[in-house]
Design a protein around this ligand. Sequence first.
Ligand code: ZN
Length: 266
Amino acid sequence: MQRRDFLKILGMGAAASLVPSVLKADDRDENKTTPLEVPVLMYHAVDRKDSIYSRTPERFRQDLECLYEKGYKLSTIEELVSGSFSAEKPVVITFDDARGSQFRLEEEGIITHNCAVGIMEDFCGSHPDFGKTAMFYISFSANAAFGQRNSVEYKLNWLLDNGYEIGNHTMRHTNMSRCSIQEFRDTITECQDKLEDYIGERISLVKSFCFPYCAVPSDENRWEFLRSYFTSATIGGGRSYCNDDLFRIPRYGIVSSTRIERIAGL
Ligand SMILES: [Zn+2]
């Protein structure tokens, strides 16, 4: 298949490249390994709802199996930003919105087996050479992060304790291209403050931002503010692809109908 056809299937523009040129940034250590292609996958819900943003638990598990069989290893946004990977063929998995189906606990505190974290724990536990990590971009726009009000602190700290990453997805899932400058600042800082309430000094680990609705601001003051807080930011499905910009890291949007093998087969 031609690369251009491939991009169409993925909903990316013909001008987009499958090679995130963030890896070519000037500040990279040239002695470090920089693989040519690093897919960054964007998930939302892992459930059976009839929604384009829902990936069923079975399909999510199949996605992990497919990536594993193709030789990919799970990597972090931090590795992507540094340009230094422990794996030869890295892939980064991200989850947006802190939806309930991403991380759910049973009454007795056990992780539900078919939520995203439960599936990852199970699959990665039985395939230790795959690695085990994912980025969770947290927004507090819903009732509570991950849906269970009394367990937010536990879940956020559990993620950090168990090799996962946490990022800022704004307090109210704000459209960053349309809001006022005050709202822009507030929705970022309030999310960061709320996260700090839960994870304390480990807030220093929250270094990546994710644009709600893939909407990026145009004015320079906003970018400056964003860069004062974070080292990177991700967007969705290639809508705003920009070369050599760690604040516009493109992701493949994985929706209900996505054929992951089209990505893993690169
Ligand atoms: Zn979102």
